[in-house]
Ligand binder design. Structure first.
Ligand SMILES: Cc1ncc(C[n+]2csc(CCOP(=O)(O)OP(=O)(O)O)c2C)c(N)n1
Ligand SMILES: [Mg+2]
Length: 622
């Protein structure tokens, strides 16, 4: 067996460049490249290896957290079949990636993180940026990645790569297990040489199977569904990752089952599909939430069933409601006491459909009429919210409607935190499964622009509309520079409402006076942050990084700015100001956010009473 002498870092780069995946007969390289910021912890190791081998394309971000978001967004856009590796130095460069790792793992998106680590030989310790522990020398800041990683490892000896990297690939490419995979690389080990077997660098194709549940389980599920009077499907992100839209539409039509959507699942069916009853849960619409409340059998497909989907366990109120969980991940399939169908969404929907047809299920005409009636009502409500009113300030809902009209059916909208995720879920009308991209697992402020970059890199033929709140923009905007550097055009729509209006709304509706959520000057009199709104020139900020920058404050100026942005040859930011008070209401839903049990303020006491009352609707499903 031939061997080849190279450094650990060189071996990693050469190995990664040879990893491929295949699903449905389509083969592709798993890594599109490497993002990295260099420091003493990786420049002479992975930096040297990337430069000399040239085996993987290198990209230079502005911030380590951002590069992980970019990698995750890219992976999401590629239905988890391709991603990036991310290399950082030791210390702050590494820990900057922890937030990105958590976001990727929560959203079940593959990213490979290669943080530099302190010396394995310990001779020069403590090194610059090393956090020492009095109780152990076997701990570094990189241990902070353990709880946020789907797989975690640290390489002390070169030959450990021979088992660590295949394990890392196993987890990255397994749809049930995937997330952030972290392989920590002590800075001395990265540069150490070893005689690696040649075979380690041969092309390797990881097969992604479409697994099906056992026949007996499918039959039990078909039996439950056959007799259901008000069945309902909750479509999550797994439907999209599995490319199961056609299978879902067929199932819904064939058996008369309405589909309601989560943030990750929105777009699985086009908004105007007759069986798409719209979004469900805390930010759901009235059609979906009413159907959920009365459903007797709920089929949860490819969803984590987060509190936003279950309305904190109040969405499903039928006294005998039963659940069927279709999911590649057993963790999710078993939730809500469901009959678990552990398998790929597309394969399982098809197999369950066959069983259900054999069991003789027929669609009910009266249920179809009820769904159609509710859907028509909801569509009219969305029209109403999106339509701007003459003489009034633009609302965020108007902005979303206008941007949606400017976007083509294949264009992508991206967002993550604030009041926009809820409004987008209600108001955006996707026609394509990859046109709606919300990071609402970790809801990370700052994901928007790096995420938009990842989407554009994955789908250069689509325009990417990055909807970003003023708060989120201030938290992380510097990937604008990277978008200019790479010629990846983004259309940024910055919605300026004077700060954290989502949390401000939550605060005041929970009985508290305004405190700490708006972007205001400190008031000399009260000493609190309740002076005037701070004027921030976001357009000038974006322009300083090389973007085209425009301003809009009414419908005609926004439509004109969007027209210019679509024509522009580079990243364009539109700074649009909206009425901070105009909020989209909620529809028959509730979110569990606890209220102070002791307060002198009457408004808080009232909120507590309302909270306790609402909590009585919370259900436990076993
Ligand atoms: C990194 C991070 N920190 C804090 C939060 C909590 N949080 C959720 S929304 C929000 C405010 C977002 O402000 P902005 O982007 O302006 O959107 P708006 O609420 O005004 O719609 C905050 C602080 C978060 N989601 N992410
Ligand atoms: Mg805001």
């Amino acid at each position: 067996m031939g061997v080849r002498r190279m450094t650990v870092a060189q071996a990693i780069v050469r190995f990664l460049a040879q990893q491929y995946v295949v699903r449905d007969g389509v083969e592709q390289p798993f890594f599109a490249g490497v993002f990295g910021i260099f420091g003493h912890g990786n420049v002479t190791g992975l930096g040297q290896a990337l430069e000399e081998t040239g085996a993987l394309k290198y990209y230079q971000p502005r911030n380590e957290q951002a590069m992980v978001h970019t990698a995750a967004a890219y992976a999401k856009m590629k239905n988890r079949l391709q991603t990036f590796a991310c290399t950082s130095s030791i210390g702050p460069g590494a820990t900057n990636m922890v937030t990105g790792a958590a976001a990727a793992t929560i959203n079940r998106l593959p990213v490979l993180l290669l943080p530099g680590d302190i010396f394995a030989n310990r001779l020069p310790h403590p090194v610059l940026q090393q956090l020492e522990h009095a109780h152990s020398q076997d701990v570094s800041v990189n241990d902070a990645f353990r709880p946020v990683s789907a797989y975690w490892d640290r390489i002390y000896r070169p030959e450990q790569l021979l088992s660590a990297l295949p394990q890392a690939m196993r987890v990255l490419t397994d749809p049930a297990l995937t997330g952030a995979v972290t392989v920590c690389l002590p800075q001395d080990v990265q540069t150490e040489a070893y005689d690696f077997p040649e075979r380690f660098f041969a092309k390797k194709v990881w097969r992604i199977p479409r697994t099906s549940p056992a026949d007996t389980e499918l039959e039990a599920a078909a039996e439950l569904l056959r007799a259901a009077r008000r069945p309902l499907i909750v479509a999550g992100g797994g439907v999209i990752y599995s490319e199961a839209s056609a299978a879902l539409a067929e199932f819904a039509e064939r058996f008369g089952v309405p589909v309601v959507e989560t943030q990750a699942g929105k777009g699985a069916l086009p908004w105007n599909h007759p069986w798409n009853a719209g979004p469900v849960g805390v930010n759901g619409g009235l059609a979906a939430n009413r159907l959920a409340a009365e459903a007797d059998v709920v089929v949860a497909v490819g969803t984590r069933l987060s509190d936003f989907t279950t309305a904190s366990m109040t969405a499903f109120q039928h006294p005998d409601v039963k659940f069927i969980g279709i999911n590649v991940a057993a963790l999710d399939a078993f939730k809500l006491g469901a009959l678990p169908l552990v398998g790929d969404a597309r394969a399982t929907l098809a197999a369950l459909g066959d069983k259900l047809a054999a069991a003789g299920r027929k669609p009910s005409e009266s249920y179809r009429e009820r769904v159609a009636g509710l859907k028509a009502q909801w569509d009219a409500e969305v029209d109403r919210l999106r339509t701007e009113r003459a003489g009034e300030r633009l609302t965020q809902a108007n902005v979303l409607g206008i941007v949606n009209e400017a976007a083509g059916p294949k264009d992508v909208v991206v967002n993550a935190a604030g009041s926009m995720p809820g409004d987008l879920l209600k108001l955006w009308r996707p026609e394509d499964p990859k046109s709606y991209h919300l990071e609402y697992g970790y809801s990370t402020m700052g994901y928007e622009i790096p995420g938009g970059l990842g989407i554009k890199m994955a789908a250069p033929e689509r325009d990417v509309f990055v909807m970003v709140g003023d708060g989120s923009y201030l938290m992380m905007n510097t990937e604008i520079v990277t978008s200019i550097q790479e010629g990846c055009k983004l259309i940024l729509v910055l919605v300026d409402n004077g700060g954290f209006q989502s949390i401000h709304g939550l605060q005041t509706s929970s009985g508290s006076p305004s405190f700490g959520n708006e972007l205001r000057f400190r008031d000399a009199g009260s000493g609190r942050l309740e002076g005037d709104y701070m004027p921030i020139d976001y357009a000038a900020n974006a322009a300083s990084m090389g973007a085209l920058a425009l301003r809009a404050d009414d419908e005609p100026s926004l439509r004109e700015a969007l027209r210019k942005a679509k024509e522009a040859d580079r990243t364009t930011l539109i700074h649009v100001t909206v009425d901070p008070e105009a909020r989209v209401p909620s529809y028959d839903s509730w979110w569990d956010v606890p209220i102070a049990e002791v307060s002198e303020q009457e408004s808080v006491q009232q909120a507590l009473a309302a909270y306790r009352d609402a909590k009585t609707r919370q259900r436990y499903y076993y």
